[in-house]
Design a protein around this ligand. Sequence first.
Ligand SMILES: [Cu+2]
Length: 239
Amino acid sequence: MQLSLFTYLSLSVAGFAAAHSWIECTDHDKAGALKKMEDQAKTDPKGLTPFDPTVHPELCKAWPRAKENPGDWAVEGRTIAWNIDAAVFLKDRSACSPPQREFKPQGPNTPLATAKPGGSIVLRFGGNGHSRGNGTGENGLHGDPGTVEVFWAGKKETEIKTIDELTDKTSIAKAGFSDESFALPADPNVKDPPGLQDKGNWMTVKMPANMEPGRHMLVWLWSFRNKPQWSSCFDVMIS
Ligand SMILES: [Cu+2]
């Protein structure tokens, strides 16, 4: 089972349909990152030496489960990122990757996000070359970059365990994958890497006003080709 999942993931990541993304930060300084990215775009409009938020951990104030600071992007893509489509193929309906399936206290270098009820957090994930539809269509061709959605079980210290719990009832926020994306170059006809650089993608999520103080588990889901594809799991401490 492990071997076949690994094989499936390897094929999926190595193949031309390798659309993948995961949450790398749960409280990101989007304004600070945009300033750096826009400054860089002025001197390099083709985006040949793009600003990459993954090498600026100082812009991140809170972290998802099992994330190291700063962490290894290539390793995280195989461990933290959860390939729901591949798992479903193998009859595994887990909502989270193995290292994100339970809450473990996070150290001072990777604290949880904090918010007030009704307040917002800014999630950051990599567009990873897919913000203009590269690899998100049928058979790995160009398509709609899809949607991102966040789910909450409705109570503190309560886990969402399976994808069957990712429903309209548990959804607290939904947006387009590229709604808050900063991609270079500005020319929308450039749809593919290496010409397209899109490491700066965000999703601003408003916490439900009825969240009680305490730790709340949330699931982020990226869907394209009209089905769930990738998820990340994290916690928010409500004050
Ligand atoms: Cu990808």
